[in-house]
Ligand binder design. Structure first.
Ligand SMILES: Nc1ncnc2c1ncn2[C@@H]1O[C@H](COP(=O)(O)OP(=O)(O)OP(=O)(O)O)[C@@H](O)[C@H]1O
Ligand SMILES: [Mg+2]
Length: 511
């Protein structure tokens, strides 16, 4: 049994099933701590949602002012410190019964009942953690390990939301490490990250410092210039999502040409690229001139993207392997349309092959997901939105899990976000984003929303399917080597100047 910390008091509003206040009789109590109270069927578990101090001597403003304006101090004349009390406002969450079940409570405990700090065992059972789960971090003040079950956390998708610099990528890396460290018998997923800022390439770096873990053998880093979409894999559906405004006759002609090239390929002609499609269209006299011109201009715009080849690179089958990570490092790419095409194409391929059972269940992490599934943008500026929404709706049936990461949840497709049944929310202060999070995430009350604004870097709220009740915790430190991405402003400025000086020196040699 844990230490006794306080006694329930009678207030205007409680104790009630929804609110219990207690005076702290020994030690201190912090907002976010769990407590337990003996209850008829077992233990009533509560979360401290607020703590405040009271002191009778300082209740009346006019008396305090009157007394102290005479030059005397209250604390010198009266035993004021003996009259200071710490009161904790608690939200009862349910009963952990003597036979290990969790049931709802419908009546309050009594004034005078004793309150204890909840034990880690009670918290783990009450929140529904799993000994083989995903070690995300620790609950502040308790040291209880936050270990939600893998399926509960990811199967119905996860959203990680916070303002810039609050610790989103650190939280994602923690999850990736956990997935990569899993044993085969516990079930291993393949992981793919759409990495917009090169924050995950550190998984491909050898460990150099004590405590770091080397993930190089389990990681494939694909740079944006290495990525190619195999033209024989293109279909009219994907093409029309890339090139807006193709009419039905134009789509029909294109489909006919792609199909004839695909059947030539099957007969041994080998894979074809855009040059070949272009040549066939130019030579095909059965296509009318206007259609031919439009299709050729379409091909020319696709060629400008320098993204299409004879085969896919990387091959979906090579990279999606259980317990392995593939990072699509798009940090060198500035063309958003090209990035959306990459995400759209590969995501469709992953989902299709997963439905066929040709690749393992996977976790697809999309950083800056509001760029890839924007809420407001027109179809032609949101090429990847449709497939992300499709996986959000249907993925769970096939073991295709999404982890959407965003610092602008208000700009993220509500269809996709609302399908993310688990949320990790770190510090958010923007009132619009906060309101949006409150509306889109069930189980967050106004007190929790208020606490989100005061979180420190690396502190988070886990809410939704993954846990029986929302819980605030500190995300654990990463094990992978430190990201080169995180250099200081001073360092970045020095690198720039040194580079410039070297360039100048080189130029002088040729004068
Ligand atoms: N759980 C944590 N423990 C310790 N430090 C952390 C933690 N989370 C984040 N940090 C610190 O904060 C920095 C920023 O974190 P991170 O890159 O994860 O934030 P982010 O939300 O992904 O930022 P951005 O929006 O810029 O991508 C990290 O480099 C690290 O120093
Ligand atoms: Mg980040």
């Amino acid at each position: 049994m844990t230490e006794e910390i306080g006694t329930i008091i009678s207030t205007l509003e409680g104790p009630s099933p929804g609110k219990v206040s207690f005076v702290v009789t020994s030690g201190i109590m912090n907002r976010g701590q769990f407590v337990e109270i003996d209850y008829s069927q077992g233990r009533l578990v509560g979360l401290v949602v607020d703590v405040f101090k009271t002191n009778k001597y300082f209740e009346r403003a006019e008396s305090v002012k009157e007394f102290e304006s005479s030059g005397k101090k209250l604390f010198e004349q009266f035993p004021v410190s003996e009259w200071e009390y710490l009161v904790a406002e608690t939200k009862p969450m349910g009963v952990y019964t003597n036979d290990g079940k969790i049931i709802r409570h419908s009546f309050p405990p009594s004034p005078g009942d004793k309150v204890r700090v909840a034990s880690s065992e009670t918290i783990e059972k009450f929140l529904g953690f799993d000994k083989n789960g995903v070690h995300l971090g620790e609950i502040n003040f308790h040291g209880t390990i936050v270990k939600p079950n893998l399926s509960r956390l990811l199967k119905k998708h996860l959203a990680i939301l916070a303002m810039s610099g609050a610790g989103k990528s650190t939280a994602v890396k923690t999850i990736i490490e956990e997935v990569l460290d899993r044993k085969k018998e516990n079930g291993r997923l393949a992981v793919v990250v759409i990495d917009v800022h090169g924050e995950y390439t550190c998984f491909g770096e050898p460990a150099t410092k004590p405590g770091e873990v080397d993930y190089t053998k389990k990681t494939f880093i694909i740079r944006s210039h290495e990525i190619k979409i195999g033209v024989p894999k293109l279909n009219v559906g994907l093409v029309s999502s890339i090139v807006s405004g193709l009419s039905s006759p134009q789509k029909r002609e294109l489909e006919r040409i792609l199909n004839s090239l695909k059947s030539e390929m099957k007969q041994g002609a080998g894979p074809f690229d855009l040059n070949r499609v272009e040549a066939v269209i130019s030579q095909d006299k059965s296509i009318n001139d206007a259609t031919s011109r439009i299709l050729l201009s379409w091909i020319s715009s696709l060629k400008d993207l320098d993204l299409f080849g004879k085969t896919d690179s990387p091959s979906v089958f090579d990279v999606l392997r259980p317990g392995h990570l593939t990072v699509f490092d798009l940090s060198d790419e500035i063309n958003l349309k090209k990035k959306q095409i990459i995400v759209s194409y590969f995501t469709q391929r992953f989902f299709f092959e997963r439905k066929n059972g040709a690749i393992p269940p996977f976790l697809l992490v999309i950083e800056e997901s509001h760029q890839f599934a924007p809420q407001e943008a027109k179809e032609e500026y949101a090429i990847s939105r449709r497939i992300i929404e499709t996986i959000a709706r249907e993925g769970r049936k096939f073991g295709a899990c999404l982890c959407l990461v965003s610092q602008r949840p208000i700009n993220l497709s509500t269809t996709a976000l609302s399908q993310c049944n688990s949320n990790i929310i770190l510090r958010v202060t923007n009132p619009y984003d906060l309101k949006h999070i409150g509306e889109s995430s069930e189980g967050i009350d106004s007190k929790s929303l208020e606490m989100i604004t005061t979180l420190a870097v690396g502190e988070a709220l886990l809410v939704g399917e993954a846990v029986n009740h929302p819980v605030f915790f500190r995300v654990r430190k990463n094990k992978c080597p430190e990201s080169k991405h995180e250099i200081s402003l001073e360092q970045a400025a020095r690198v720039f100047e040194e580079k410039k000086e070297n360039l100048n020196k080189e130029a002088l040699q040729f004068l």
